[in-house]
Design a protein around this ligand. Structure first.
Ligand SMILES: O=C(O)CCC(=O)C(=O)O
Ligand SMILES: [Fe+2]
Length: 290
């Protein structure tokens, strides 16, 4: 059951036994190997320019007990992953996007979190570990959970393009990225079990891209009583909740310390953090506003 497993994997004392956590590219009877759809040369070129390896080399999986769930194991080139990490840390946490530090008046509206942290030693000390979320496109309202046409900014173009291309190549879907959350996890962060239902469109798949430290991602069914599966999500992995799994319970009970290479300040940030880009289509196909 979702709640019990979440508690089990979250526990500090005693720490959980991780041997049942699914490593999706190991052999297991429930894991289904999938193929991306044939891509046109144009789509293949676009994917390449967005930092991905050719789709022929993708490792794409489904799960027998979670219909509609896809996991694409890190399809990024090293340079491609680096560009996305850099965008997440130095571009996305600034105007017109919103973040927890702007909404708590710890940053002025025109201030960029990464720049402040690297140019102002005193404030950097205070703010470096305090970024938790950034929203863009239709801004997620953490209290009301309701999107509004009056609380919306431009969705980053290259990220919308990445989601559209992935949608075409994986499921033949025509996905419009309209709302995004960048979640930032530190080593003791968790994300409680929930379903994502704020979007009027409950059929367009939800995309989740992770970088940095590994996480246990717990996915259940539509009811909390349904069977849940703990899956290890690693640097670069892309998880897609389509079809039946779109409205299923999920959460992150634990971040798992991960061997990490040395590198510049972007890479170093991820030696003790995980970032997750969570992208949704909000509107139904025939809608242009809410
Ligand atoms: O961090 C993750 O893997 C999941 C995030 C998520 O479920 C959400 O933002 O709604
Ligand atoms: Fe979610």
């Amino acid at each position: 059951m979702f709640r019990d497993l979440f508690k089990y994997y979250k526990s500090k004392a005693p720490p959980p036994d991780l041997s049942s956590v699914l490593h999706i590219d190991d052999e297991s009877e429930n894991i289904i190997k999938k193929q991306p759809l044939p891509c046109s040369n144009e789509l293949e070129n676009q994917l390449q320019s967005l930092g991905l390896v050719p789709s022929l080399n993708w490792k794409l999986y489904g799960h027998a007990e979670h219909a509609g769930l896809f996991i694409l194991k890190n399809p990024f080139t090293d340079d491609g992953a680096y560009s996305w990490i850099k965008r997440c840390l130095s571009e996305y946490p600034s105007h017109p996007n919103k973040c927890n530090l702007h909404s708590h008046n710890l940053l002025f509206p025109n201030e960029n979190w990464w720049d402040v942290c690297h140019k102002d030693a005193e404030r950097g000390l205070l703010l470096f570990d305090k970024l938790r979320w950034v929203t863009f496109g239709y801004h997620h309202d953490w209290d009301s959970k309701v999107y509004s046409d009056s609380n919306k900014s431009e969705f980053p173009k290259e990220l919308a393009c990445l989601i559209s291309c992935l949608g075409q190549a994986i499921g033949g879907w025509d996905v419009r990225a309209e709302a995004g959350i960048l979640n930032i996890y530190h080593m003791n962060s968790t994300l409680s079990g929930h379903t994502d239902r704020s979007e009027p469109n409950h059929t367009a798949p939800l995309f989740s891209i992770s970088f940095g430290q590994r996480a246990i991602f717990l996915i259940g069914g539509r009811k909390l009583e349904d069977k849940a599966t703990p899956i290890m999500l690693e640097n670069g992995d892309i998880l897609i909740m389509s079809g039946e799994s779109r409205l299923c319970y999920h959460g992150v009970p634990r971040i798992i310390p991960t061997p990490w290479p040395k590198g510049d300040e972007y890479i170093q940030f991820l030696s003790r953090a995980r970032i997750n880009l969570n992208i949704r289509q909000v509107l139904n196909v025939d809608q242009t506003t809410l």
